[in-house]
Design a protein around this ligand. Structure first.
Ligand code: SF4
Length: 319
């Protein structure tokens, strides 16, 4: 909502935090492993620049994700940490072969559920099609846990799939939107495999956050989505919000990016944050809003059912 020349600027701004915004158990588990083991990490632990730079500041080296093992051995590295996105099966085997110990911070959702689904379906004679970004670390790893996996992220890629694959099942990247998965499943059924089975393998934290942001974006005046620009989950939250607020959805990866102009004429401001966004970063954004807004600011939180909890807290309080 933008105010016309003669409208009165709201004196009170209500800032509503979406339900389950911020770090998920998978990301927190990965941080705990990294801080406990304090060994070099094979790539950014999670897709959040603040978490990665905090770990680097603690003296934990961040290596290239697909490092040359001989080279790292020559540098005297004998232990590494695998990131939350997982690591290709054959590269884990190579680490074992080279005698490099690894601490696996792969999210349990991938280790126990997604890889398990791929293996079980293959045992039952299915070809597995993963709907996800083929360049994303999660998909680069997940696809190696099957012998006949295919990856698609667009209708053009579906067109290139073989015609006669026999029994086929589609699963998806844990952070993709429901809409995108369903659209490509429908297209695959229409164009390639009429009897295609589909299992939505988005994880629970992602589903909860997507639902919460979509609900909130439908009634507030503006939304701020906090998280890394290379975080697939955060980027998808921003896309969902833009469906309803195309001109007043702002994706930021730091509180410093929040602008006073964004609050002009806004009475209700929603905040969403990706699964890799630390709660401290959400508080920094809330603090920034408090500094920038000229009137009174009320901070509220959304309940699981989409109700606004009648709590008013300051950014310093726990939530
Ligand atoms: S977003 Fe989901 S899959 Fe990714 S780390 Fe969190 S719980 Fe695991």
């Amino acid at each position: 909502m933008s105010l016309g020349e003669h409208q009165i600027e709201p004196k009170t701004l209500e800032v509503i935090l979406a339900h389950s915004a911020g770090t998920c158990f998978g990301v927190q588990g990965a941080i705990d492993i990294a801080e406990d083991k304090r060994q070099p990490i094979l790539g950014p632990l999670v897709h959040n620049p603040k978490i990665v730079s905090d770990l680097a500041t603690q003296g934990i080296p961040i290596l290239e994700r697909y490092s040359d093992l001989e080279k790292i051995k020559k540098e005297g590295i004998q232990e590494v940490i695998i990131t939350a996105h997982g690591y290709p099966k054959e590269l884990k085997e190579a680490l074992i072969k080279e005698g490099i110990q690894f601490h696996d911070a792969t999210c349990p959702v991938l280790l126990k559920w997604v890889y398990g689904k791929i293996e079980t379906f293959e045992k039952d004679g299915y070809n597995v099609v993963i709907v996800g970004n083929p360049k994303h670390a999660e998909i680069i790893a997940s696809r190696t846990y099957g012998k006949k996996t295919h990856v698609v992220y667009s209708e053009e890629e579906v067109d290139q799939l073989p015609d006669n694959l026999g029994k086929v099942v589609a699963i998806c990247q844990t952070t993709i939107t429901k809409e995108k998965f369903e659209k490509l499943v429908e297209y695959m059924r229409k164009k390639k495999y009429p009897h295609l089975k589909a299992v939505d393998t988005r994880c629970k934290p992602v589903k909860n956050q997507q639902e919460a942001v979509e609900k909130l974006a439908q009634w507030v005046d503006a939304m701020i989505i906090i998280g890394g620009f290379d975080s697939s989950n955060t980027t998808n939250l921003a896309k969902l919000s833009k469906k309803y607020l195309p001109d007043s959805t702002y994706h930021v990866d730091s509180a410093n990016s929040v602008q006073k102009d964004w609050l002009k004429g806004v009475k209700h401001l929603g905040i969403g944050a990706g699964t890799s966004t630390p709660k401290t970063q959400i508080k920094e954004v809330q603090q920034k809003i408090l500094e920038l807004f000229p009137g009174k600011v009320l901070f509220r939180q959304e309940s699981k059912d989409g109700e606004i909890l009648d709590v008013n807290f300051t950014p310093e309080d726990e939530f």
